[in-house]
Design a binder for this molecule. Structure first.
Ligand code: HEC
Ligand code: HEC
Ligand code: HEC
Ligand code: HEC
Ligand code: HEC
Ligand code: HEC
Ligand code: HEC
Length: 403
């Protein structure tokens, strides 16, 4: 995200040539994939916005899924600002961010007109200020949040973000002490963090305010639901099966592509953001850095590349949903460890001899440790914070790497 994404965008530019080679490879499905493609028709490549019906329509028949899903980081990843969605504090004292520049601080205020972020420069009586409103909240807050504001029909990033472990911070990649209200929000950012924004080209950050769907919703992953709802609402329900598929019915490649859309780095867009429909080959839409490259893959936002390096992945038909159920929040490491045990016996672990069954409570922290990324997330009064991420390269780590 953010700095990470910026870095990736630059890297992606440099990698365009190598990535093209990867696309050619990706387009040749393996033998079994060809067979599966022949039997299971994949969703159509194009979808009209009018074919999307929204989560409330799914609720009438999939109530439990909608309710648990609405507590997940995916659904909460973009919201309108309110007292609940903005996690930073507006209480006097806690609503100020000082910077390393003695002549600059930021103030966060909740007023009857909305929530505002103000950069105050200089000293009274000569202080000047620049205030903008919080118009969107990006980030569930599991780790942090960034805020966006409108200027006419153009979207920009606010210079102060919120990091859950710290509080108000300079936005990722912003230089401490320099107020910057000019960073445009490009469609690819919103493609990963929202269901839909209608971009108005050619300006990279202009959007139609009347055509926005916040949060990642059911149809972002399942494709447009209108036909499925019509079929199942009619009395003559013969289960159609072609109007809406579980991704589990797709071959492995499109299943991974669905998650890679947002979990394999920003890449370089080939077709406009928001045109990808799950089930299609992602490589036609986005150039992603080739996963086979030996270049160091950072643990931030690169779960697909890292998992693909694992022997578990290479020697089985594992996908992301082998461990993740995206329809509900998952935090329990013992439950995740049960997923490991569907393929491994506890005794196959070298630690079993000494630690016995206690290892079954948590395979994760030893074999998928949380590690600091190499990317500087934000610069705060000289202290540079780096986020810690779960490494999806499943393997044996030196003990020092797992602390
Ligand atoms: C009128 C009732 C109804 C509505 C509304 C509805 N569904 Fe379904 N859905 C069903 C039934 C019935 C099935 C088949 C039984 C099952 O697998 O649960 C199904 C199955 C599914 C499947 C699995 C398909 C498979 O082959 O396993 C998905 C995915 C799905 N629905 C998504 C959605 C989404 C997304 C929405 C909202 C856009 C939605 N449904 C709205 C009734 C409905
Ligand atoms: C449209 C983009 C998008 C797609 C598609 C997507 N994700 Fe995500 N995912 C995100 C974003 C953005 C976040 C971070 C949300 C936040 O915390 O604000 C996230 C977070 C997560 C998390 C962390 C959840 C938590 O509670 O912190 C998991 C696990 C995850 N995704 C798995 C998956 C899997 C598995 C798939 C494929 C089935 C998938 N995602 C598809 C964008 C996406
Ligand atoms: C981040 C992508 C993503 C989102 C968002 C998402 N799903 Fe799914 N869904 C999947 C994947 C992947 C599978 C297949 C693996 C599985 O069953 O977990 C699936 C399977 C299903 C199934 C069939 C399997 C079952 O458990 O019955 C239904 C029904 C379904 N989803 C409904 C929904 C509904 C309703 C929503 C919104 C509340 C939703 N999904 C949101 C990715 C997603
Ligand atoms: C390629 C998809 C992608 C793009 C582009 C992207 N992000 Fe993210 N972002 C993610 C994913 C995935 C996560 C979850 C962290 C992870 O697993 O790497 C995330 C995490 C975040 C978080 C922390 C959420 C939390 O609480 O954990 C924030 C804030 C955020 N992104 C903001 C942004 C902003 C602002 C932009 C655009 C300027 C952006 N991101 C661009 C995919 C993306
Ligand atoms: C879908 C089946 C499957 C799942 C689930 C699975 N693995 Fe594996 N794993 C494998 C296979 C197959 C191998 C390769 C065995 C071989 O080549 O001898 C492997 C290899 C490994 C290795 C050796 C890696 C190396 O580089 O030498 C470790 C460690 C491991 N798995 C741990 C785990 C842990 C921990 C989990 C859960 C987080 C897990 N596995 C989940 C199938 C799986
Ligand atoms: C072998 C099991 C396994 C597989 C396969 C797997 N994950 Fe995870 N994933 C985990 C575990 C365990 C966590 C840590 C959960 C926690 O700490 O609360 C996790 C956490 C995450 C997070 C949160 C990131 C963080 O640093 O906290 C994201 C995002 C995610 N997974 C995405 C994916 C995607 C995308 C795929 C497919 C490429 C995938 N995962 C495949 C086990 C798995
Ligand atoms: C305390 C840390 C720790 C825990 C907990 C742990 N492991 Fe391990 N595991 C290791 C280490 C270290 C090795 C390397 C073997 C050795 O030198 O003892 C290993 C080896 C393995 C291997 C063999 C890798 C190879 O070289 O083929 C597998 C498979 C494995 N573990 C799976 C698991 C599973 C599954 C769990 C959870 C049930 C688990 N481990 C829990 C530390 C751990």
């Amino acid at each position: 995200m953010d700095l990470a994404i910026l870095v990736r965008i630059t890297m992606a530019l440099a990698l365009v040539l190598t990535a093209r080679a990867a696309i050619v490879l990706n387009l040749i499905p393996s033998g079994s994939a060809v067979q599966a493609l022949a039997t299971a028709p994949l969703p159509k490549a194009k979808a009209a916005r009018t074919d999307y019906v929204g989560d409330n329509t799914c609720r009438s028949c999939h109530q439990e899924k909608v309710e648990t899903f609405h507590n997940t980081a995916h659904f909460l990843t973009s919201r309108l600002p309110d007292r609940d969605s903005i996690l930073g504090s507006f209480s006097p004292g806690a609503n100020v961010l000082k910077t390393s520049n003695p002549a600059l601080f930021y103030r966060m205020e909740a007023t009857s007109k909305g929530f505002f972020q103000t950069a105050v420069e200089g000293r009274p009586p000569d202080a000047t200020s620049h205030a903008e409103r919080f118009d969107f909240v990006i980030g569930s807050g599991t780790k942090g949040q960034t805020y966006l504001f409108w200027q006419g029909s153009r979207l920009f990033e606010l210079p102060v973000s919120y990091w859950t472990d710290i509080g108000w911070v300079n936005s990722p990649g912003y230089e401490d002490g320099f107020p910057d209200f000019s960073r445009p929000i490009v469609p690819r950012c919103l493609e990963c963090h929202a269901t839909y924004f209608e971009a108005i080209p050619p300006v990279s950050n202009r959007y139609d305010k009347t055509n926005i769907v916040l949060g990642i919703t059911c149809e972002k992953c399942h494709g447009p639901g209108r036909r499925h709802v019509l079929v199942h609402s009619s009395k003559s329900v013969a289960h159609s099966g072609q109007d809406m598929q579980s991704p589990l019915q797709w071959p492995r490649e499109p299943q991974l592509d669905l998650c890679a859309w947002c979990h394999a780095g920003a890449g370089q867009t080939i077709l406009p953001a928001f045109s990808y429909v799950p089930g299609q080959p992602l490589a036609k839409y986005i150039d992603l850095p080739p996963s086979s490259s030996d270049a160091h893959v950072d643990v931030h936002g690169s779960q697909v590349e890292l998992l693909e390096k694992s022997r578990c992945f290479q020697s089985s038909d594992m996908t992301c949903t082998t461990c993740h159920d995206v329809h509900k929040p998952q935090r329990d490491l013992a439950a995740f460890s049960k997923r490991c045990l569907t393929c491994h016996a506890p005794a196959s672990c070298g630690k079993f001899a000494t630690l016995k069954d206690t290892i079954t409570q948590n395979c994760i922290d030893c074999h998928m440790p949380r590690q600091q990324t190499n990317l500087i997330l934000f610069d705060q009064k000289g202290a540079k914070a780096r986020p810690r991420m779960r490494n999806h390269w499943i393997k044996v780590y030196a003990e020092s790497a797992t602390r």
